[in-house]
Every structure is written in structure tokens, then in C-alpha cells.
Ligand binder design. Structure first.
Ligand code: SF4
Length: 406
């Protein structure tokens, strides 16, 4: 039987760091990626001379590399060099469209990706500047139509390079979630609730990368995808995981992170719809075994209730769209702000019960909570991403140093 193959490469130590590395450090990472691709048949199996190769990274924002939110610049530089030297690709373009309303070119600069790509002689391209075409996705359950960038549609070879991270909305953010970065901001906002997992599975029907290579040199656990907590940063994971089936790559990688692969809803949905393999007994793992490199990552928590005595959250019938949004923002902008601003209350979801003496600053979040809009500052939307992010950014503008709390 022809089993799906996934390669795991591990090193006890990987020299350098995402923010500070030399050529010899990069060459070490290159040898790890090469070894992974050799287990899958070698670089030339996927790339022919003269091909236009597109590499889709995870560059969600202008976050410094040591925050471990974005693909490691060592991996990017190493992969470009490997492809050019081994396969003679004609053009290697590194792309992303960063998270909501973030300028991807700034994100490339801030994350150290621009420098890595320049050093390796690749091209950089911010997908939001591309020509997008609307396509139908046959068989999709929620994302029936989507606009896709020309660069992705016309790539000879598409390589998906996610970062090994947890995510408060999707448990992990790996190959299937990384594809969300093809979408323009308006399409990112659509179906960004409990339906996000289905959306990502639908998107995989439309775009199937030729290769997925997970950057697990450093990793993030807990409150990803941009954890504010230093203990969530794992600087010595030291793995590269690669395969051609994104569902299988995600299943193996989440097992390496200490999850049951089917705990990850995107993987489970895509698997149940026959889009890839998530049964570990039917995946041929080459290189290291999962148990040899497995660690139990801290689970992400999307619920903002009970995390601070200053913070009251009144939840009715609400979903992860608003809850995860509040939790993610509170994680990033916490105690000093609450102290400064006094008690803060969030009202979320339909039919929430409120006390008669609700006090302090009241934020009524999302269309579902409209019935309480007179009780405080109302943020319409489903979920109200941009307006609530802007509100929290204004708190940050007070200039008070951040303090982290669980
Ligand atoms: S408005 Fe309601 S359905 Fe929409 S994201 Fe918020 S809680 Fe979910």
C-alpha cells in the first residue's frame, strides 16, 4: 500500500537563533531541511529546473524574530538556497498577506524575513498587492467562493512553510491554517468564528501545496499565535517536519506537540471529508519517530472569564469569535491598564444576564449582544475584529509598560 509519508528531522541542538545567526548556522538548518526532503524523494522530485517556486511563510505581523510568531529567518534563507542549488529553480518568491490590516511589507521587515530573503537572492511579495480572482470551491461547506491571488494560482511549485505554534482559535496553526494567509483581509474576516475550522478545510480543497515544511526549530505553546508570555516560547524544539499531504503533516506535527491529531478540528474536518490522512497508523513517518521528539505543549485557552479580578465577562450564547478576540487582546494588554481604567466589563453573546449594578467601563462586544448596547460602548460585528483591536491599541497608547498575567 502506498502510504502518505511525513519526515521528522531532529537535532539535539540547532546553532544560532532566529534573530542572530551566521552563515554556518543557516547551513546547519539547510542540512536539516535537505534531510527531510531526501526522505520524501529529494528536492528534484518536487522542483524542476526553470520552475517558478512560491514559498508561503507565516508572517502575521512585524514581530521581531525572537518572539517566535513568524517563520524562522534561518529556515527561509536555508530553503531558498537549497532550492536554487539543488534544483535550479528560475524564480523563488516568498509571500504572505499578514493578519488583519497589517502591511505585509512592514511585517517582512520587522520579522527579519526581508533580510533573509535578500541574502539568499529570493524575491519578496506582499500578496495584498496581487491580482485576485474569485473562484468557486466545489464541495465547500462555508467558503463556497473565495478570491485567490494570481501568484498562488500560477505557481509551478507551492511550498507551505508554517511555524510550529498553538492558536487560541484553532488549537494549532500549522499547514492548513497557514493557508489563511492567501486571503485578503476582508476574506480573512469572513467565517472567523466557530466556522473557521471548516473554512480552512474548504480552502484546502482550492489550494493544495506541493510541499509543507513545518518550521519547528523554535516553537510556541499556550496562548499562540502571538503569546505575550515568555514561558510560551520554546527555543529548543529543534525539528523540521515535512510532507506533501497537509492533513498528514498537521496530524503528525500536532502529535509531536502532544495533541491527539483529531483534537485539532481543522485536521478532523479535513480528514473526515477525505482531503488527507490523519490516522497516524496510516502515515509512514520517516526519520525520527513521533515519540522520540514529542513534547506536551500547553493548551491555548480562548476563554477570557476568570483571568483577572478586575475583569468581568458576562457571557450569554457566544462563540469563540468574540470570546477568542477578547481573550487574545486581554492577554496582550493587561493588568496595568485595568488598574488605570478601573473595573472593566465585557458583555458577549445573546441573552447574557447582567447585574443591575454593572460598573466601570463596559464593552458590549459583537452583534449577538446588541440587546445590551445601551449599557456601554457597543462594538457591532461578527466578530468586531478591527474596532476592538483599535480600542485595545488606544489603551496601549497610554504608554504604560505591559505586565503579563495568566
Ligand atoms: S457576534 Fe455572536 S456569532 Fe458573531 S462572533 Fe460574536 S459571539 Fe460569535
Amino acid at each position: 500500500m502506498n502510504m502518505t509519508k511525513v519526515a521528522i528531522i531532529h537535532s539535539e541542538e540547532v546553532p544560532g537563533s532566529p534573530a542572530n545567526y551566521t552563515e554556518s548556522h543557516m547551513l546547519f538548518v539547510k542540512s536539516m531541511i535537505k534531510e527531510a526532503l531526501d526522505f520524501l524523494g529529494g528536492v528534484k522530485k518536487f522542483i524542476r529546473e526553470g520552475d517558478r517556486v512560491v514559498i508561503k511563510l507565516n508572517v502575521t505581523g512585524p514581530v521581531v524574530p525572537e518572539q517566535l510568531s513568524t517563520t524562522d529567518p534561518r529556515v527561509v534563507e536555508a530553503l531558498i538556497n537549497l532550492i536554487r542549488e539543488e534544483a535550479g529553480a528560475k524564480e523563488i518568491t516568498v509571500v504572505d498577506c499578514s493578519a488583519f490590516a497589517i502591511d505585509t511589507e512592514l511585517a517582512f521587515l520587522g520579522s527579519g524575513i526581508a533580510l533573509a530573503v535578500q541574502r539568499a537572492g529570493g524575491k519578496l511579495f506582499a500578496l495584498e498587492k496581487d491580482e485576485y480572482q474569485e473562484v468557486e470551491i466545489p464541495g465547500a461547506k462555508v467558503l463556497r467562493r473565495v478570491r485567490l491571488p494570481r501568484t498562488i494560482r500560477e505557481a509551478d511549485v507551492l511550498i507551505n512553510v508554517p511555524k510550529m505554534k498553538t492558536h487560541i482559535y484553532t488549537t494549532v496553526t500549522l499547514a492548513l491554517k497557514n493557508q489563511h494567509g492567501y486571503l485578503l483581509w476582508g476574506d480573512k474576516l469572513r467565517f472567523h468564528r466557530t466556522d473557521l475550522d471548516q473554512k480552512l478545510s474548504d480552502l484546502y480543497r482550492a489550494v493544495k501545496p506541493d510541499l509543507a515544511i513545518v518550521d519547528g526549530i523554535c516553537a510556541m505553546q499556550g496562548q499562540g499565535p502571538h503569546s505575550a508570555y515568555p514561558e510560551d516560547l520554546i527555543n529548543d524544539m529543534n525539528v523540521i517536519i515535512a510532507g506533501t499531504d497537509c492533513v498528514a503533516v498537521d496530524a503528525v506535527t500536532s502529535a509531536v506537540m502532544g495533541f491527539d491529531p483529531l483534537e485539532v478540528k481543522t485536521t478532523r474536518i479535513a480528514f473526515s471529508e477525505g482531503l488527507g490522512e490523519a490516522d497516524l497508523s496510516k502515515i509512514e513517518v520517516r526519520g525520527k519517530k513521533i515519540q522520540e521528539v514529542r513534547r506536551v505543549f500547553r493548551r491555548p485557552d480562548a476563554d477570557p472569564r476568570g483571568i483577572s479580578p478586575y475583569l468581568k465577562v458576562y457571557v450569554g450564547a457566544a462563540c469563540i469569535g468574540c470570546l477568542g478576540l477578547i481573550r487574545g487582546l486581554v492577554d496582550a494588554f493587561t493588568t496595568p491598564y485595568v488598574d488605570l481604567l478601573g473595573d472593566i466589563s465585557f458583555v458577549v453573546g445573546k441573552n447574557s444576564e447582567l447585574p443591575s449594578d454593572i460598573r466601570g467601563s463596559v464593552y458590549v462586544v459583537g452583534d449577538c449582544s446588541e440587546e445590551h448596547k445601551e449599557k456601554g460602548k457597543f462594538f457591532p460585528g461578527c466578530p468586531p475584529f478591527l474596532d476592538l483591536i483599535k480600542e485595545f491599541q488606544d489603551w496601549d497608547a497610554l504608554g504604560v509598560p505591559r505586565q503579563k498575567q495568566r
